[in-house]
Each structure stands twice: as structure tokens, then as C-alpha cells.
Design a protein around this ligand. Structure first.
Ligand code: ZN
Length: 221
């Protein structure tokens, strides 16, 4: 059975990192819309050229083009055993289109990495910065970043960020835009919510267990 995973989570939940890790561990592709959009533009596919023209005008790429590019990507042989979608779908319309794309394939497992706003604000407002060269540690990682700088080996220290209102606004917009999507998926037997407030390695373990459990349940159904 293929592991067809949609990974959701607010900014700062570490979703991209978890998606990378899960996909690598299961040897299935991680598919993010940003990456496949860039790939399609570079490869000069018909949809890629249309997306390029839109972006060059400074406009947002339409659902139709994004969905077409996702459809193409999910049809490639390496996605036959499964995939992890990161950043798609973003809207109910995209989720409905994804269901059409997935008809006849194994069911989607949808996981939401849930983190309370207060914890996200704490993570996103505290940046780890190298005292020697000024490089930033990935703030999405939360937990405890490496004690030394990945670039120069210097000591990392934490500094407060003063843009808390900006972060709260981002989280508010995310919650508003994502609620309909969560409502769309929540009732499915293959939907799982993960406690994303734990350290990253515990989140990883919980994700593994939840995705396997959901896939097993779908197989038994
Ligand atoms: Zn450094």
C-alpha cells in the first residue's frame, strides 16, 4: 500500500523538516509546491511556461496551474509508492482537486502538526544567532538548536525579536485560511492531529506512529 501523505501545520511547527525526514525515511518523494513549480519552470513544461509568464507579470499562479503541476508530479513513477505533500493543498478547492487526482489510488493520510499559538510565538520570536558571524539558526526548528554555528562553528546565542505583532498576524491569517481545510479533512478516518509542541524528535516518532496507524486503518477498511 502506498503512503500518500498530506502534511499540515502552522508556521514554526517544523512541518518542512518533518516532511523531509519522513519522506527520506520511507524513501518516497517530498513534494512541495514551491519546488515543483520551480522544477516545472526550469524544465519548460507547458504548465511551467504558463506559471513563469504569470510570475513574471508579478501575479500569483492560479489554482488551475498549481493543480496541474501537482497532478503531473503525482503521476510520475517515483510517487507510485507514496509521497509527502508539503504546502499543498492550501484551499478547499485544491483539496477537492486533489481528491479527484487521487481517485483510484490509496487514500490520503492527512496529518496536522498542531502547536498552540503561544508556543509558536515563543519559537518564532526567539532567534538563535551566531555571536561570531551573525548566521541564524533555523527558527522553525524550535526546541534547542545546535550549540555551535553550522557555518563557522561559533557559539550560538538567543535573542528576542521585536516583531511579535507580525508573527501573531501571520498565525491569525494561517488559522483563518486553514480552518476550512481542516474541517474538510477532519472527519476522515485517515486524519490525524499530532502534538507539535513536543521536541522535534518526539514529534517525528508521533508522526511515524500516526501515519502508519492511519494507513493500516485504511487498508483494513
Ligand atoms: Zn557563525
Amino acid at each position: 500500500m502506498a503512503l500518500n501523505v498530506v502534511m499540515m501545520g502552522p508556521p514554526g511547527a517544523g512541518k518542512g523538516t518533518q516532511a523531509d525526514r519522513f519522506a527520506a525515511g520511507r524513501q518516497i518523494p517530498k513534494i512541495s509546491t514551491g519546488d515543483i513549480l520551480r522544477e516545472a519552470v526550469k524544465a519548460g513544461t507547458e504548465l511551467g511556461l504558463r506559471a513563469k509568464a504569470v510570475m513574471e507579470r508579478g501575479d500569483l499562479v492560479s489554482d488551475e496551474i498549481i493543480i496541474g503541476i501537482v497532478r503531473e508530479r503525482l503521476g510520475r513513477p517515483d510517487a507510485a509508492r507514496g509521497f509527502v505533500l508539503d504546502g499543498f493543498p492550501r484551499t478547499v478547492a485544491q483539496a477537492e482537486a486533489l481528491d479527484v487526482i487521487m481517485s483510484g489510488r490509496d487514500p490520503l493520510v492527512v496529518v496536522d502538526i498542531a502547536v498552540p499559538d503561544e508556543a509558536l510565538v515563543r519559537r518564532l520570536t526567539s532567534r538563535w544567532v551566531c555571536r561570531a558571524c551573525g548566521a541564524n539558526a533555523d527558527p522553525g526548528q524550535a526546541g534547542v538548536p545546535a550549540a555551535t554555528c553550522a557555518r563557522c562553528g561559533g557559539p550560538m546565542s538567543q535573542r528576542a525579536d521585536d516583531r511579535e505583532e507580525v508573527i501573531r498576524e501571520r498565525l491569525r491569517v494561517y488559522a483563518r485560511d486553514t480552518r476550512p481545510l481542516l474541517d474538510y479533512y477532519r472527519a476522515r478516518p485517515t486524519f490525524r492531529a499530532i502534538d507539535g509542541a513536543q521536541p522535534a524528535d518526539r514529534v517525528a516518532t508521533a508522526l511515524d506512529a500516526a501515519i502508519d496507524d492511519a494507513a493500516r486503518g485504511a487498508r483494513g477498511a
